[in-house]
Design a protein around this ligand. Structure first.
Ligand code: CA
Length: 129
């Protein structure tokens, strides 16, 4: 099985819908960021400059982070992400499949969410834009 095999089965999202999903995710991230100080939890796990993901809501449970684009978060975190914090200075986009396939939306620099509004437990890769 290659990455190409997986991509073949991926539905294509139209550019207009894709933009709407992206802006929605960014907006949700911005809104939740506003509330973030109330839910500190394990924020301290996330190093400056990293994109950080957690298994459970409010930044708890299994944890993975990277300062770089990551084509596969690995079996420990695959399809488990529920909360995220983008501590990079770039927009980071998330994908349901490995190698940046099937767009799930993006978070601006500093954006976070204690609970992903959509695509819970589906993240497999993320890319700095
Ligand atoms: Ca996935």
């Amino acid at each position: 099985m290659s990455a190409g095999d997986e991509r073949r089965g991926t539905p294509v999202i139209g550019s207009r819908l894709r933009r709407a999903l992206l802006s929605g995710a960014v907006l949700a991230g911005a809104l939740v960021t506003f509330n973030a100080p109330a839910a500190q939890a394990h924020y301290s796990q996330c190093p400056p400059g990293h994109f950080c993901i957690w298994q459970h809501s409010n930044y708890e449970g299994r944890f993975f982070s990277s300062p770089n684009s990551t084509p596969n978060v690995g079996s420990y975190m695959n399809d488990r992400t529920t909360s995220v914090w983008n501590r990079t200075d770039r927009t980071v986009c998330m994908y349901r499949h490995q190698n940046y396939s099937y767009d799930m939306g993006c978070y601006r620099a500093g954006g976070s969410t204690g609970v992903m509004p959509i695509h819970n437990d589906q993240l497999t890769s993320f890319r700095l834009e």
